[in-house]
Design a protein around this ligand. Structure first.
Ligand SMILES: [Zn+2]
Ligand SMILES: [Zn+2]
Length: 138
């Protein structure tokens, strides 16, 4: 949990910038295949923030409806994926940790969708892992 007043980030090319007011976290590694495809990495690392505290401050993202209830926002110029939002948790915005200006300020606390983990990928096994989504009480 990071209690900095504001957290900022943006895409690779700089066309999109965002700002998060207030606390951010927790951060989670997601092993699911959709996160792999959309981000291109072996795992996606997200930080959960209150949706009403997240705002784009520069540029207009493109929205990709990746499932019936979920939207992913990305830069139309460089393709960087910035956010994930689901109707299942409408008050939460997930932000890609890799697009934060200071990703080193956060540590992922959990791993989710571990049933989809690539067999050669090993992360910190001290972290709590869930085969599906993180339970609400976590
Ligand atoms: Zn960009
Ligand atoms: Zn995922």
């Amino acid at each position: 949990m990071n209690h900095d007043e504001t957290t900022e980030g943006g895409c690779l090319c700089g066309a999109l910038r965002y700002c998060i007011g207030g606390p951010v976290g927790p951060a989670v590694h997601c092993h699911c295949a959709m996160c792999r495809r959309s981000g291109g990495g072996a795992v996606a690392t997200w930080v959960c923030v209150a949706r009403d505290r997240f705002a784009f401050t520069k540029g207009e993202p493109r929205v990709y409806r990746s499932s019936a209830q979920a939207e992913r926002r990305f830069c139309p110029r460089c393709g960087a994926q910035l956010t994930f939002w689901s109707e299942r948790h409408p008050d939460i915005m997930d932000v890609t940790v890799g697009t934060l200006d200071r990703p080193e300020s956060l540590r992922a606390d959990y791993r989710i969708r571990t049933d989809s983990r690539l067999p050669w990928l090993h992360l910190d096994e001290d972290q709590r892992g869930y085969r599906g989504d993180m339970p609400a009480e976590a």
